[in-house]
Design a protein around this ligand. Sequence first.
Ligand code: SF4
Length: 228
Amino acid sequence: MRIAEIFQSIQGEGFLTGEPSVFVRTSGCPLRCRFCDTPYAAWKPEGEHLSVKEIAARTASFGLSHVVLTGGEPMIWKELVPLTEELKRLGRHLTIETSGIRYLPVVCDLMSISPKLSNSTPCADQAPRWARHHERLRHAPEVVRRLVQEYPYQIKFVVDAPEDCLEVEQYLRQFPEINRQRVLLMPQGTDRLSLAAKAQWLLPYCQQHGLHYCPRVHIELFGNVRGK
Ligand code: SF4
């Protein structure tokens, strides 16, 4: 499978925020989100092809218990199944970060699902083909339903404007099985100032509606720096 990078950092988003972790970033994603913060793993995928054994060995060299399999979209790689089995055999805690558009029978301790709202669609004027493709793929309810049923999960929405919160509520109405206590709303942004500005209205919204506000701690600590 193609790997853009393997690095050590702390988990910056979600219920495991602050956990020292090894990040394995797979390269390639069928979506092309307007605000994608890892273009080198989606819009312009790069990286080397590594075997399951090579990835497991590089991951083990950091000596951390928590491993985050992220992307790009890791669930497009069928080798993810034996990789998760091998990492679990080595005693690792596994988080998979996915947009929820593909299913694989992986081993996973926390399925972190980030369904894409309409705010993520690329600009139709600049990338008409990708805009159509994105709209066709981004909502895969049968996949999300299966992931939620089979794994411990969190659902993380990227929110860019106040009206996106209404779309989140519409989305959640389709999934009565999703526990609101497992839902996080995260501001869209890759710098401290824009995140702080959006927190002004998103944090109170979360408090009033029984949802979790999700800071992007790695951006606050390191900025939008690759490998952090
Ligand atoms: S799903 Fe994630 S990796 Fe893929 S384009 Fe969107 S933000 Fe980028």
